[in-house]
Design a protein around this ligand. Structure first.
Ligand code: APR
Length: 262
């Protein structure tokens, strides 16, 4: 039996499904993964060097401008057929949740709920000093022009600098998000891991957590990242096409947008 048919059978047998997603699910929406080279203004920068508290301390203006630009990039992007397939499954009667490492809001805009953000959200802002959440005014969200850098606004309570509400390298995951993810993953029958390289812990341990709790794990990736366990199924290909094909093979009606292979 092909992997697609095995995966469709696992989906048909399951009731509670967790989609565990990484940067690869948003790649077809035009948001680069962490493996892609940066373009334009940011071509000289290495994201891993911009995404740390030390980088923010050393050059808050550079890091703030980088996140304003990323937020703008996400606002311009649209959910693709991979994001859109997930709520289709919920509409068809499955109990579906999303645990994502992504800081974009494309799952929410596709109509998924609940969505647990393990690495925070680009749309949130908090104070670097007192850690309280903060709101930005529309003028503070203005996109930097090419080559322009913008200083982070100040916290209205403590005058600390505002920073994006994302989890930087070497920071802990938000407790609530991690607890919700663990609860959902331990209770699911099927975990579909989509577009993640599975290298950044602790999030990368989620598929193993699902396997240990007795679930089946389907991996969807451009590359073969499956671990070949008895309860693991690897589907190689672009997330949008693969998820549409999986839903169709499981008998879920899908409307495929023009140009998306099924
Ligand atoms: N369809 C399916 N998979 C894809 C696609 C696609 N269209 N495009 C890329 N991929 C796969 C790549 O093969 C790779 O395995 O998505 C994965 C992306 O890997 P990363 O860029 O490492 O992203 P991710 O796994 O989400 O990174 C985890 O690392 O940098 C930190 O905090 C950041 O949340 C991020 C975490």
């Amino acid at each position: 039996m092909s992997n697609l048919l095995r995966a469709a059978e696992a989906l048909r047998r399951s009731k509670t499904v967790v989609f565990f997603t990484g940067a690869g699910i948003s790649a077809d929406s035009g948001i680069p993964t962490f493996r892609d080279k940066l373009t334009g203004l940011w071509v000289k920068h290495d994201p891993q060097r911009l995404e740390t508290a030390d980088a923010f301390r050393a050059n808050p203006t550079l890091v703030w401008s980088w996140y304003l630009w990323r937020r703008h990039q996400v606002n311009q992007a649209k959910p693709n057929s991979a994001h859109l397939s997930i709520p289709r499954l919920a509409d068809a009667g499955w109990d579906v949740s999303v645990v994502t490492q992504n800081i974009d809001d494309l799952h929410e805009r596709a109509g998924s709920s609940p969505v647990v953000h393990l690495h925070g959200s680009l749309m949130d802002v908090k104070c670097f000093g007192c850690h309280r959440p903060a709101e930005l005014s529309p003028d503070q969200l203005a996109v930097p022009l090419e080559g322009q850098l913008i200083e982070p606004p100040r916290c209205t309570r403590c005058n600390g600098r505002l920073r994006p509400g994302v989890v930087w390298f070497r920071e802990n995951l938000p407790d609530n998000a991690w607890r919700s993810a663990v609860r959902l993953v331990r209770a699911c029958d099927l975990l579909v891991s989509v577009g993640t390289s599975g290298v950044v812990m602790p999030a990368a341990g989620i598929p193993d957590m699902a396997l240990a709790a007795g679930a089946t794990v389907i991996h969807v990736n451009l590359e073969d990242v499956g671990m070949d366990g008895a309860d693991e199924i690897m589907l190689v290909g672009p997330a949008g096409g693969v998820l549409l094909a999986l839903l169709q093979a499981a008998g879920v009606a899908v409307l495929s947008p023009p140009g998306v292979p099924t």
